[in-house]
Design a protein around this ligand. Structure first.
Ligand SMILES: [Zn+2]
Ligand SMILES: [Zn+2]
Length: 131
């Protein structure tokens, strides 16, 4: 919340925020995406890295922070209930299921989560394979 009233932080500030991260590829993506988002070139919901958790999107998408009822992210509209998400890092399988009806919400938000998590998974594992 530190950056809330300062939509255009100095780049050095962004770099400092991620200085402690051991995964430098992740730190690089976070810096790029923060910058793009602050310039309104990238939607926060299209990111493959998470500014809040400082992780890859697929690593923290199961956090309650990523339930957004308004947009339908991890949300089942008919049930007005949260949806769980399971990410299998080995197979790349991602499943989103409502905690009440056990169905997958068929919404643009669900497709967006699948898209961004697949992309973050691919970027993270590609780096690990090379390392
Ligand atoms: Zn997150
Ligand atoms: Zn449901």
């Amino acid at each position: 919340m530190l950056l809330q009233n300062r939509p255009h932080p100095h780049p050095a500030e962004t770099h400092r925020r991620y200085a402690h991260l051991r995964d430098r590829r992740l730190a690089g993506v976070l810096i790029d995406e923060d910058t793009a988002e602050d310039r309104e070139e990238l939607s926060a919901l299209e990111r493959i890295s998470c500014r809040v958790h400082r992780r890859w999107a697929h690593e923290c998408i199961s956090s309650p922070t990523h339930v957004i009822a308004v947009t339908g992210h991890r949300w089942c509209r008919p049930c007005e209930a949260e949806a769980n998400i399971a990410v299998d890092e080995l197979t790349g399988d991602i499943t989103i299921t409502c905690t009440r009806c056990a169905r997958t919400p068929t919404t643009p938000a669900t497709r967006q989560i699948l898209r961004t998590c697949r992309a973050s998974l691919a970027t993270a594992t590609e780096h690990r394979r090379r390392a």
